[in-house]
Design a protein around this ligand. Structure first.
Ligand SMILES: [Zn+2]
Length: 77
């Protein structure tokens, strides 16, 4: 986390962390269920889950590439 040297606002940028978490959870869930279709081939499931997660995350990073959020710090006065 960074703060602006001028107004001390908290600056966040890039992909929102919650979307990354949602992506990882969704991919893990899909991988868990894909295991039924790829019976006894855990490496294949892990590979597919990894590819899916990597693809979605790279899309997210591209979509939020120029996102910057300033959250102003509340002054005590
Ligand atoms: Zn500032």
């Amino acid at each position: 986390m960074r703060t602006c040297p001028g107004c001390e606002a908290v600056v966040t940028y890039g992909t929102p962390l919650v979307l990354i978490i949602v992506t990882l959870v969704a991919t893990a869930w899909l991988g868990f269920h894909a295991h039924r279709f790829f019976y006894d081939s855990r490496p294949v499931v892990l590979l597919l889950a990894g590819i899916a997660a990597g693809g979605v995350l790279s899309l997210l990073y591209e979509a939020f590439d120029e996102r910057v959020v300033f959250r102003k710090k509340r002054r005590p006065w």
